[in-house]
Design a protein around this ligand. Sequence first.
Ligand code: PEP
Ligand code: MN
Length: 568
Amino acid sequence: MGSLPKVAIQGEEGSFSEEAGVKYWEKSVVFIPKRSSDEVIKAVEENEADYGLLPIENSLIGSVSTTYDLLLESHFPIIGEIITQISHYLLAIKKIPLKNIKRIYSHPVALSQCSSFLQGLKHCEIIPNYDTAGSALKISREKDPGIAAIASKHAAKIYNLEILAEKLEDYPNNQTRFIIISKTAKTEYHKNAKTSIVFTTLHQPGALYRVLKVFNDYGINLTKLESRPHKTEPWRSYFYLDFEGHKADQMVKEVFKELKEQTNFLKIMGSYPIWTGKGKVEHLHLKKTEDEDKSHLPLYSRERQDKSTTISLKSPNMADVTIGGGAFTIIAGPCSVEGRKQLFKTANIIRESGVRILRGGAFKPRTSPYSFQGLGEEGLKLLKEARDAYGLYIISEVVSPADVELVSPYVDIFQIGARNMQNFTLLKEIGNIQKPVLLKRGMSATISEFLLSAEYILSHGNERVILCERGIRTFETTTRNTLDLSAVPILKEETHLPVFVDPSHGTGNRKLVLPMSKAAMVSGADGVMVEVHFQPDSAMSDGNQSLDPEMYSVFKKELDMLIEKLIS
Ligand code: PEP
Ligand code: MN
């Protein structure tokens, strides 16, 4: 047999560490027992072992502080974790009554987990020892029937000991989490990963709060927060934090960028698969090189998927529409659905022009609570009627995760508005649905934040995302927003997703809608979404930026002409 990888563990054969290791690697490694955690680290450092396995926390007694302190100093990443059920047994060389036991040996952590049982044995001397299995080994060697050890059932078998009492722990659900460190093992990117970091905060009020806020802002789940004293600066602390995500995830990279500004010291201890009950034997093999493996790249990125995403709308009795992949698509309609007459008159103009997708807000995210908030479900029903009457696909905004189910049957494309671009709960909810979604750029969002919001939807399984540039806030007040058309070629390079432009919200001025639509087309956009109203001056929202029927007709004609020119 070729040489098996070696794992240094704290404790003798039969220890809980060994049990955890067996669970992780099955039988494909050799265990090297060490008396202390320091020695485990040293064995890895000096290449005596390929892996080190250390207990880090227990569900009854909390963190194993020696492991935390060692991790701060160690130069090796954490590459895995294992959680095992711990059950304690009282062992001796012969079956004797409990009253005849003089001394009991075990690891201090095990002793503290069995405190109620030990309270009942006041006549015994309780002696902390370096290891549970080491205590079993000791009594098996001393051959004194009056001494006992608290250790695992497995240790009883290995050292040929009798079980005097079982399941001694104070609480039945006693679990320990172990970590695996390695100097040489290459781990592959894992979607379901956890990352461990240690940091010190800036010496300022609210410093820890600001660190935690970064995670909250990105919607990242924390699984552990622990503090340990700073050994050289009294009353300062090292904070150890575990969170869900991998250090190669684009979002986690952004988090680190922000954390660097909020911390004095920051060390990434490792990203590793979250324990699911199954071992990670594949760690033993060298992994593919980064060039071959694109799984750590963001789902939106062109680097990961070169082919442009196209989104097809299909419905019985309606012609198919394909968004992206070279076509230039116009979406038009009123800002809000105001009533049947308004919607139908406008829908008719749009259908006549040959445009196939009708927009109309039923749930309106208005800046003022006193502005028209939309007709809600009644508006959606009118959109559905217009769909059937004119054969137009429908896009309408959903503003809350609770409304997704309600809105879904009425629309062909969901819209997520600028104000909700970072409503992560909504993004996740839409991510779970298989229906196209047009995501608008937040009014003060960077391009990178915009892409990460799209990543939320993609990573939850919905691949049909359209991005929409709709203007950002700048110091300029002549236009409602500053339409950032430079975002279009940047996005087209960064992502395979279709990119739209909304010149209506981007400028707030109907006169600018046509020139900016032309500019959008030339800059490489896959389409535009514009607001049209049969009578803009009477519109309940965004009348100033809505095209009237005459302007819309010129708009459509001129864009058609420009398309012709660009093609020829
Ligand atoms: C809209 O499209 O009507 C709208 C509210 O847009 P935005 O979210 O871009 O402001
Ligand atoms: Mn609007």
